[in-house]
Design a protein around this ligand. Sequence first.
Ligand code: ZN
Length: 136
Amino acid sequence: MAGFMDSVNKGLATINVKTSNFMEESKFKTAIVTKETEINDLYKAIGEKVYANREAFSFDIVADMVAELEQKYAAIDQLRREIEALSVKEKEILGSQQTQSQAPVDNASKCYCGNCGAPNSVDNKFCEKCGSQLDK
Ligand SMILES: [Zn+2]
């Protein structure tokens, strides 16, 4: 019964990791959409300023807004990195659970039967399962 509860707990931990990551990720994605909307508004405002000052345009007129634009792009980059970090963290947590629950397979000391595909020790001359000669 302990084994069963173990896998239930691992299953729940997996769901918890996935759920909290999903919620975090949604939060970041919403923040990105908000920033993108603000960027679009800025482009519009910059365009209007350029047009209004078309007779005597100088970059100084829009410099503040361009700086703001740069900040918002940087903020989006940061949010994307946060999302990446979440999926790396999720793989770490879920990956370590998998390695705990599975017996380690030492592929280096295995060879596979050409006839039935069964894994055999490299020392075997004949397949443990079907008895075919193992060619190496
Ligand atoms: Zn075999």
